[in-house]
Design a protein around this ligand. Sequence first.
Ligand SMILES: *Cc1c(COP(=O)(O)O)cnc(C)c1O
Length: 230
Amino acid sequence: MAQQVTDAIVTTVAANLARVQARIADAATRAGRSPASVRLVGVSKTFPPEAVVAAIRAGLTDVGENRVQEAVPKAAAVAAAGESPRWHLVGHLQTNKVKSALALFSEIESVDSLHLAESLSRHAATPIQVLLEVNVAGEATKGGFSPSEALELADRIAALPGLDVRGLMTVAPETNDPEEVRPVFRQLRDLGRAVGLPELSMGMSGDYEVAISEGATIVRIGRAIFGSRA
Ligand SMILES: *Cc1c(COP(=O)(O)O)cnc(C)c1O
């Protein structure tokens, strides 16, 4: 990639990251929570390794990708630059990519079927941290367990060897007004309580402050850190 493009990315990403971190801390404080109770995952899909390295050097510790095929070479380039963040998978995982996913990711946030959970369980050499993805709004275009399936299956999945089921994840419907999706975040929180799992991964660039006010413990932010995607 052209050097000027790279330089521009480095400058922008550091400033964006600082702004996002400050807004996360403010949102947590307003909700009466400790800023340390919210983890930031910077979602770098479509962005080059240089941008990831810049974000890590500016303080990002956790990086999210939604496709194994994109993440593997990117992680190799980031490692070659001397950086090793915790990689999170946030997109659908096909069972034929389970082995390569386990080799790279520290956390798999997008376990969206019993079949996938069983496959991860079979192949995990050491327990892998996972979240169950819930399609709270029931959108036809999105994967994930329905809330009732999550209720029904959480214990069974948590009992599988090799899995450390930490909580729930959701992708809220796209909206221009984040207040519109507050009920989605609230439902995920209630569901998390019902299944007794502590982590709630919810909130993206457009809605993370609302998600934090509803109890998000992980926010997954791409555009607000890395810029708009082509
Ligand atoms: C792309 C993506 C994000 C980040 O979205 P932004 O709008 O860029 O902040 C978060 N979660 C998942 C599952 C994604 O695919």
